[in-house]
Design a protein around this ligand. Structure first.
Ligand SMILES: [Zn+2]
Length: 314
């Protein structure tokens, strides 16, 4: 979840907006002449013929997907995003992520955890509850957890306490970690070095400095790249840094409904990102690396399957 720092601060209305692109892909278009729909459909269809992608961070339990979640999932599958990992950001959304994933056991998986913004709500029941959820089907990682000193929605000591507890839980359960870090790389690193022993970990939606990237790579961490890289202004530094990430440590994600890729020919009017737009992130990464999209797709997908221990859907 990157809402607090996204270039498009996501203010999705409570009622779900017009999604003509969605309808178009489902062949139930109510506005067949819509240029936005037509353009993006062509782009995504062109891409999806070649790629098999995994969206490692999709907030499908977010309220903005409440009304049309099944259609969102279907559009992603149609766009070649054959596997999605639903992010758990607090206790309730972690339950919800697991519940949604268990309805699509071949394609959907979930993480369970508490985002640093919500660490103020944690209590003695939190870790036992995450442990209970982690044992259920489809749960592949602990998170998202970490530190966010950018907005400080929860006091820093609480963020640190519950981050440590979740890293320890991942170690106890031997589950990978799905991590969030914003303006907190020093304490984040110290805590990981102190508590993490052997579990794999991915820093999702990386937007940090060269120094932070080097530290994370030296610690053996994986890096998740979102549509931030498609932003011609704020993504400048990331576009350079991505070249320093070994391809087998790199994974792609939308972090939808946040962070609509700015490289889309026409962006959704309601500002909601969807997993079916993941090919735009992939294309931007491939462009920065100077590698064919298909190679980056194959490698990042293989890395994600290996990292989250997910079998290829048959
Ligand atoms: Zn996040």
């Amino acid at each position: 979840m990157a809402r607090k720092v996204g270039f498009s601060v996501f203010l999705f209305p409570d009622s779900v907006g017009q999604m003509s692109f969605a309808n178009k892909l489902l062949s139930i278009s109510t506005r067949p002449s819509d240029t936005f729909a037509a353009k993006n459909e062509v782009e995504i269809n062109k891409m999806s013929e070649r790629y098999d992608l995994i969206d490692i961070g999709i907030n499908l339990a977010h309220r903005s997907f409440q009304e049309d979640r099944e259609a969102v999932i279907q559009r992603a599958l149609d766009a070649g995003v054959t596997t999605m990992i639903i992010t758990g950001t607090n206790q309730v959304r972690s339950q919800e992520a697991q519940r949604i994933a268990s309805g699509h056991p071949t394609h959907l998986f979930a993480t369970v955890g508490v985002h640093p913004h919500y660490s103020r709500d944690c209590n003695a029941d939190t870790i036992p509850e995450l442990k209970r959820l982690a044992a259920l089907s489809q749960v592949v990682a602990i998170g998202e957890c970490g530190l966010d000193f950018n907005r400080d929605f929860s006091p820093r000591p609480q963020q640190e306490k519950w981050f440590e507890a979740q890293v320890a839980l991942a170690e106890e359960l031997q589950k990978p970690l799905f991590l969030h870090e914003r303006d907190a790389s020093q304490r984040f690193t110290e805590i990981l070095l102190a508590v993490r022993k052997s579990v794999p970990a991915v820093v999702h939606c990386f937007t940090g400095s060269r120094e932070a990237l080097k530290t994370y790579l030296d610690m053996g961490l994986h890096i998740g790249i979102t549509g931030w890289i498609c932003d011609e202004r704020r993504g400048q530094s990331l576009r350079q840094l991505v070249r320093e990430i070994p391809l087998d440590r790199l994974m792609v994600e939308t972090d939808a409904p946040f962070l609509v890729p700015r490289s889309m020919p026409t962006r959704p009017k309601d500002g909601r990102n969807e997993p079916c737009y993941l090919p735009f992130v992939l294309e931007a990464v491939a462009d920065c690396l100077g590698k064919p999209c298909v190679e980056v797709a194959n490698t990042t997908t293989a890395t994600a399957r290996d990292f989250f221990r997910i079998k290829k859907p048959s």
